[in-house]
Ligand binder design. Structure first.
Ligand code: DON
Length: 304
């Protein structure tokens, strides 16, 4: 399939779209991004590459990194993981507090902030040098030794991260955080600060399109069963209170971040990353979702 041709066609169609929302500013550093940026990159499991626009420019992947921390924690902890975090869509915004008290400090799923904080706590418990070991893991699955955290973004979020502080304190009061709160928050803010280009992001997620096998080294990252479950969680929880709509419109497992990135996979076919910093009211990239909706409509292939 000539994906490049399809990218050009869709982009033409989307250039007429108005009201794309606003760039996230609650993390002040994210507000400095050029809101007109737009990139897309698709990598097939046979290593063919297709791209459009600003696909080679780094951006903050933010919550997309929660999938990678989930994968590593799931590898380390196994099924016991699900005693501390659920697998149900939350139907609430990514940083919501109110279900957490009702559920006695057990987050609904690992992709909302509370869930990702518990996952961070698990990794802090398991890893010798949590930040170094985690970035080494991301570099290995991306096949790229240059992927890194952005200290500017992590610091910026630390200063304004009061909601995450509230979430982690509430969970600590229920006994669902084992380590020092500041250490876990520092790990979490760094996790979210990782920068990638669309090309790097699509390559990093390719293992989830190939049932858990690293497409570069051919080594297994996670079992087929765990890969299925991670994809299922992306499908049902990857877009917070817009997860149903993303499934309805796009029909692929995916994950968004407030940096404006979205990654989605089609099993045994490809991984696609899009980036457009302006967000809709649910905190997901407006143009990114519209692009992917038109993409699966045009190609007539999704998981459904
Ligand atoms: O914790 C936060 O609020 C951010 N570091 C990540 C939020 C995020 O990316 C939500 N995604 N759409």
């Amino acid at each position: 399939m000539n994906y490049n041709k399809i990218f050009i066609k869709i982009n033409k169609e989307l250039s007429k779209t108005e009201d794309l929302g606003e760039v996230a500013t609650y993390i002040p550093e994210l507000g400095n991004v050029d809101s007109t940026k737009f990139g897309v990159h698709l990598t097939t499991i046979n290593h063919k590459h297709y791209q459009f626009g600003d696909a080679e420019e780094k951006f903050s992947i933010q919550s997309i990194a929660k999938v990678l921390s989930l994968v590593l924690a799931y590898k380390q902890e196994g099924e016991k993981l699900w005693e501390r975090v659920g697998v149900e869509p939350s139907g609430t915004s990514f940083n919501s507090l109110f279900q957490l008290e009702f559920n006695k400090g057990i987050p609904r799923n690992p992709l909302i902030n509370s869930g990702a904080l518990v996952i961070s706590d698990i990794l802090v418990s398991h890893l010798k040098n949590p930040k170094d070991d985690f970035i080494a893991f991301v570099r290995s699955i991306s096949g790229n030794p240059n992927i890194d955290y952005c200290s500017r973004i992590a610091e910026s979020e630390k200063i304004t991260g009061h909601r995450n502080a509230a979430l982690i304190n509430l969970m600590k009061s229920f006994g669902n955080i084992k380590n020092d709160i500041d250490v876990v928050l520092d790990f979490y803010f760094n996790l979210c600060s990782i920068e990638m280009t669309c090309r790097e992001l699509s390559q990093t997620f390719l293992f989830l399109a190939d049932y858990g096998v690293n497409p570069f080294t051919k080594e297994r990252v996670i079992s087929i069963s765990k890969s299925k479950r991670v994809n299922a969680i992306m499908q049902t929880c990857g877009f917070y209170d817009e997860a149903g709509e993303f499934t309805f419109k796009v029909g692929l497992p995916g994950k968004s971040g407030v940096g404006g990135g979205i990654v989605a996979i089609l099993p045994k076919k490809y991984s696609i990353a899009v980036w457009s910093p302006r967000l809709n009211k649910k905190g997901n990239s407006s143009k990114g979702i519209k692009f992917l909706e038109l993409f699966t409509t045009e190609t007539e292939i999704s998981i459904f």
